[in-house]
Design a protein around this ligand. Structure first.
Ligand code: AMP
Length: 397
């Protein structure tokens, strides 16, 4: 069966068509600037040249129709007709407390996703638009929602409650949810597989270090803690997000700079992290280059980033009373050998040490700690689209 995986943002849409029998990606692509001038579809069919199609996309339904046209095109298409799409898997950012696993989408599910809009006002409405547009074009194709938050729903109360008045949890569901769940699930399962063990027998820490970054503690196959919270702002220092700060800083800066709470929120999400710390870039490659040229703020930001990751690892070792494997994934985790080596310098007390030769790897599944270490460290490329396709297949077959 061919499964179309859709990741819909407010003005963008990423897709992959995956053959679920072979797990091969038949085509992938991106619609940019939906609803804005200069809309662009970049379509990459497997084994063929990339095609760029510049055409107006006033809304997501037009964008999805263009994706279907590209997939079925006589030249750069990979299927003959819509009939060759057996199911659609949608990434949905927030499932609140309603969804602890993926679900087949029906009217009730749509309503429940909408009820979570409050918790992810930038993402969930866009995800719903994507689902509605697909339903319009493919009314008879089954669709599945795969939630970023679902894998973390196994967190115990002690991990998800904030030290806030309980009524905020009761009235507004203010608690920790966690994100990147599809990645944490996939990577922890893959790490166990690489080590030839069962995830159910292991304690694993997954470090998803990308532009957005989060860590999770996966104890015997279940997430027991993760670093992101009510929103994806909590936890690690990220590309442009602050991660953990003293909450009193918000009021302090609002008063000093005359900012509204919404403006402060924007600073924390878009102008902070390594970007705000360095004033250079949110891309770790640019910051590494600046560090190599002797830029102090670049070095300080990278040091703080690595230190925060190491502190979280330590706290999750405590949460699980041990750890068997630590897996690095996402843009920085998969590609940045220097970052992995720097973080591992803090982990000697666990009985693990990086193997420089094995760590000299990019985007490849591999154990990167020395042979015989008590705790294995691994590089595990994440594949959220494949994980979404697998979960979709599971529910529709
Ligand atoms: P992601 O959000 O997972 O796509 O990760 C994107 C981030 O990965 C970029 O912002 C880069 O900072 C980082 N990245 C990608 N390749 C490298 C690399 N070779 N070295 C360091 N960082 C990288």
């Amino acid at each position: 069966m061919n499964i179309l995986v859709i990741n819909c943002g407010s003005s963008s849409l990423k897709y992959q068509l995956i053959n679920s029998d072979t797990e091969a990606v038949l085509a992938k692509g991106l619609c940019e600037r939906i609803g804005i001038d200069g809309s662009l579809l970049t379509h990459t069919p497997a084994g063929k040249d990339k095609v760029k199609i510049e055409t107006p996309m006033p809304n997501h339904t037009t964008a999805i129709q263009l994706v279907i046209n590209a997939l079925t095109d006589a030249g750069h298409g990979v299927i003959k007709s819509l009939d060759e799409i057996g199911a659609v898997g949608h990434r949905v950012v927030h499932g609140g407390e309603k969804f602890a696993s993926s679900v087949v989408i029906n009217d009730e599910v749509m309503k429940a996703i909408e009820e979570c809009n409050d918790l992810a006002p930038l993402h969930n409405p866009a995800n719903l638009i994507g689902i509605n547009s697909c339903k319009e074009i493919m009314p008879n194709v089954p669709m599945v929602a795969v939630f970023d938050t679902a894998f973390h729903q196994t967190m115990p109360e002690k991990a998800y409650l904030y030290g806030l008045p309980y009524e905020y949890y009761e009235k507004y569901k203010v608690r920790r949810y966690g994100f990147h769940g599809t990645s944490h699930d996939y990577v922890s399962a893959r790490a166990a597989e690489i080590l030839g063990k069962k995830r159910e027998d292991m304690k694993i820490i997954v470090c998803h270090l990308g532009n957005g970054a989060s860590i999770s503690a996966v104890d015997h196959g279940k997430c027991v803690d993760t670093s992101m919270g009510l929103t994806p702002l909590e936890g690690l220092i990220m590309g442009t997000r602050s991660g953990d700060i003293d909450p009193a800083i918000c009021d302090f800066i609002c008063q000093k700079e005359g900012l509204t709470p919404a403006e402060m929120n924007n600073v924390l999400n878009k102008k902070s992290g390594v970007y705000g710390m360095t004033g250079i870039s949110s891309d770790f490659r640019d910051i590494e280059a600046a560090e190599a040229e002797g830029n102090h703020r670049a070095k300080a930001a990278l040091d703080a980033f690595h230190y925060r990751v190491a502190k979280y690892i330590g706290s999750y070792v405590a949460a699980m009373n041990g750890v068997d494997a630590i897996a690095f994934t996402a843009g920085v985790g998969e590609n940045n050998k220097v970052g992995r080596a720097e973080i591992s310098k803090y982990l000697g007390y666990l009985g693990t040490e990086i193997d420089d030769e094995k760590n000299n790897v990019r985007g490849e599944d591999r154990v990167i700690s020395k042979d015989g270490c008590k705790v294995a460290m691994l590089c595990v490329p994440t594949n959220e689209e494949l994980a979404i396709a697998r979960q979709t297949l599971e529910l529709v077959k």
